[in-house]
Structure formats: C-alpha cells, structure tokens
Design a binder for this molecule. Structure first.
Ligand code: CO
Length: 263
C-alpha cells in the first residue's frame, strides 16, 4: 500500500453558523485539534443545509459531511476520524451515523470512518461538563445570580439529555437551570422554579457551540419574547453572556477526548 492511500484525516462536523464573528469559536476548536493531534489534516463540514445556503450566497463555500468525505476520498484518505461537534446525539448526529454507514467502504473510497461522540453522550460526559461549566461560571457569575442555559432542543428522543444535564447541575448547584428553545424543558418550565426560589438576578448563556442566531435573537434579543426580556418582565435582573461552549477550553477538551478515542 502506498502512502498516498494510507492517510488518516480528521473531519470536524459542526452545525454551522451564519452569524459573523460567531465562527471564531470554530477556529478555537480547530486550533485545539491541531495542537492535540499534530500530523493530521483537518477538514470541516457544516451539517445544516440552511446555513450552508446562506453562506454560499455570501460567497463562502462550506461542505456537507457527504461532500467533505467525498473530497477526502478523492485526496487519498483511507481512514477518517469524523468528530461530531454537536451537543447531543439528536437528529443531526443521527444523520452523521447514517452518512458514515453509507459512505464507508465505497469502491475506491474511504475504508474506515469512525464517528466521535457529540459533547454529551455518556453519563460521565454530563458530569464532566457540569463540573467544567461550574468552574467557568466562577469567572462569569456575579453574587446571587442564577444561571440559565439555553439549549437548542430537539424533536428527537435525545432531547432528554437536557433534563439529564439539569440533574447533574442540580447535584452540584441548585441555582443552575437548563432549558431548550425548541424543546423541553422550556423557559416556561423554569420560571415557576425561579419564583419559588425568589430569584432576583440571573445570567443567561447559550448551551450551544457558538453564540449564534438563537443566542442573539431568542436568548438576548430586544423583542418581548426573548428569554432575557421575559425574565426582566418577571422582575428578574437578567443579563446575557454571549459565549458559546466552543469558547471554553475545558469543554472543548471533552470533544478532544472523544476524538482521541476514535483516532
Ligand atoms: Co433552531
């Protein structure tokens, strides 16, 4: 076997974002990958077709996972470590599972594709994430602030991960809440808990890789139905921290460990 046909490459698959500047956290992740796994070529794919189309209208071309794997096959990679940069094993991750199964072993293609777990997969990921974020919060949180994370949410059964993560936070800190903008628990489930605890102050953070469109609009937007506006309406002194999870090194390290498992 010649060397050209015996290369292992890394493919990072993220949801993608069209918010200018928000993709800086992807760079942060890529730098970490290059640092931790030197000697491997690193490729990117965006799983969201909506985002890819938006970006292509601005002249920015991003590949889908299928396209990126096709390109890597053309370029002589026989093995690919496909790392899911998603949060939960929901719809987008299950698409990656099916993509991997469909493309692995095609004639003259990639012999082996391994898929790395999203951020929150095993129970230990949730424990580790909760501990890491509480550590990060010591720098962010002001006195007596409750913390409310806005996750994306999913119609996939993996939506239960948000409740599971809530459990792991509550074991450590009763004033940390996990909600989902397009799933359960919603903010409406969290409000009565804040009332019961007589919460006066809160800081909101996206439970998403980048502080993208949902963070900018649904979490931090000026309109009456954004999470920050709803909290203020309830008399809670609420503010936002526009920092995606990809900006926290101890969180990125969880993905890096998933990647190291498949390399
Ligand atoms: Co959405």
């Amino acid at each position: 076997m010649n060397q050209v046909n015996d290369k292992t490459g890394i493919l990072l698959a993220a949801f993608g974002t069209s918010v200018p500047g928000a993709d800086a956290v992807y760079e942060n992740i890529e730098n970490k990958v290059r640092e931790d796994f030197p000697g491997h070529d690193v490729y990117w794919a965006y799983t969201s077709i909506v985002i890819r189309e938006k970006l292509s209208k601005q002249g920015k071309v991003f590949l889908s996972p299928v396209q990126a794997l096709g390109l890597m096959a053309e370029q002589g990679f026989s093995r690919v470590a496909l790392q899911s940069l998603l949060i939960i094993p929901g719809l987008e991750h299950h698409d990656l599972i099916r993509t991997r199964a469909s493309i692995q072993g095609l004639p003259k293609g990639i012999k082996e594709i391994r898929l790395g777990d999203p951020l929150l997969s095993q129970s230990q990921d949730l424990e580790r994430f909760a501990t890491a974020m509480l550590k990060n919060l010591t720098e962010i949180r002001e006195n007596d602030e409750a913390v409310i994370f806005m996750g994306h949410g999913s119609v996939h059964p993996a939506n239960v991960y948000y409740s599971a993560l809530q459990y792991h936070f509550w074991l450590r800190d009763e004033d940390v809440f996990v909600g989902a903008v397009e799933g359960t628990p919603g903010l409406e489930d969290i409000l009565p808990l804040l009332e019961k605890k007589k919460t006066r102050k809160a800081v909101l953070l996206p439970l998403m890789v980048v502080a993208g469109d949902h963070a900018v609009n649904d979490m931090a937007g000026k309109q009456a139905d954004s999470w920050v506006s709803i909290l203020k309406e309830q008399g809670i002194d609420a503010r936002v921290e526009m920092k995606g999870l990809g900006a926290f090194d101890n969180v990125v390290n969880i993905w890096m460990d998933h990647l190291s498992k498949i390399l």
